[in-house]
Design a protein around this ligand. Structure first.
Ligand code: SIN
Length: 161
């Protein structure tokens, strides 16, 4: 099965995969609107990590991994803080399309923080740290990974700036 990663799954592939390639999905944008109690923050001081927000005509560039279904047991644990899996169509380049799965944290989950000005998100991230390390590392690694993919993401780059 194909898995689409748009956050830490772009730069931290700590699971076995058969193939990895840049991909995109349509009608979603990446936003630092999800709270992180267990990776980049704590229950008392959650950090901020990305989720996807629906937006007509948007394109979200990320990384697709071809994995066996067994990998999802491991990933369900990693993405347990409010993320659900849903099925969507991926564009894999050269006109190739495939069905895939993506983890998304919707506004209904208890850890969802929602929108805030980019400068406020940046201050929040700068002050947050969790068991997986400083929240700023998540942001900076994501921004670097997006640059490598040639993916222009104004929201992520403004928070980084
Ligand atoms: C993803 O990377 O696809 C999900 C969000 C995250 O783990 O950062």
């Amino acid at each position: 099965m194909w898995l689409f990663g748009y956050g830490s799954l772009i730069y931290k592939a700590d699971f076995p995969y058969i193939e990895r390639r840049p991909a995109c999905i349509r009608h979603w944008v990446r936003r630092f609107w999800q709270g992180s109690h267990d990776h980049r923050g704590t229950p008392h001081a959650p950090g901020r990590v990305v989720t996807l927000i629906g937006e007509p005509d948007a394109v979200c560039i990320g990384m697709a991994y071809l994995v066996t279904p067994a990998v999802f047991a491991q990933l369900d644990l990693r993405e347990k803080n409010g993320y659900l899996r849903f099925a969507t169509e991926l564009e894999l380049g050269n006109g190739k399309r495939a069905d895939g799965l993506v983890y998304i944290a919707t506004a209904e989950n208890a850890a969802f923080l929602g929108p805030a000005p980019e400068a406020e998100i940046a201050r929040h991230i700068a002050a947050s740290c969790g068991p997986s390390g400083p929240n700023r590392d998540y942001l900076l690694q994501l921004a670097a990974a997006l640059r490598e993919l040639d993916a222009h993401d104004p929201h992520v780059f403004e928070v980084e700036q």
